[in-house]
Design a protein around this ligand. Sequence first.
Ligand code: HEM
Length: 146
Amino acid sequence: MSKETDTKVVNNSTSDGSNVQYYTRQEIQAHNMSGDAWLIIHEKVYDITTFMEEHPGGEEVLLEQAGADATESFEDVGHSTDAREMLQQYYIGELHMDDREKESKKEVYVTTSEESRSWTTLFIPAIAVVLVGIMYRYYMMESKSS
Ligand code: HEM
């Protein structure tokens, strides 16, 4: 029983028990022609060779993206849920972990913007407190001299 679990972890298996295949961007890039076309969408790799002619949006757009990351263009078109489900038929593996640098960069940006936001939210009330303090001092001095 425990042996089975161990094997699953080591092999990084999917729910159906098969191994996940990882591909580098370099490997994927070689599949960039109409007779052999792969795409990366959301870090998953698809062999769309047999789908090219069937694509409702035309073969040409797919050929332009073949061998590359088509996530942005796929999302820009606003594909339907049906289109997203169709993707599963062509799934062959995952983008290699070493080639996923974009995602970690995005995380850094998010952290930075959140940090700067919390800075301004603290800074504005601090200025308000200082201003009120100055006004209060001025008011006290005025009332003393009169
Ligand atoms: C394997 C990946 C893809 C699948 C399974 C797919 C599937 C589909 C499907 C089913 C449609 C019909 C409309 C819908 O249901 O949303 C469609 C339309 C379209 N697709 Fe794709 N597509 C893929 C990749 C791409 C990529 C990478 C691009 C852009 C470079 C693209 C551009 C278009 C365009 C321009 C249309 C026509 C939209 C329209 O006329 O309203 N598709 N696609």
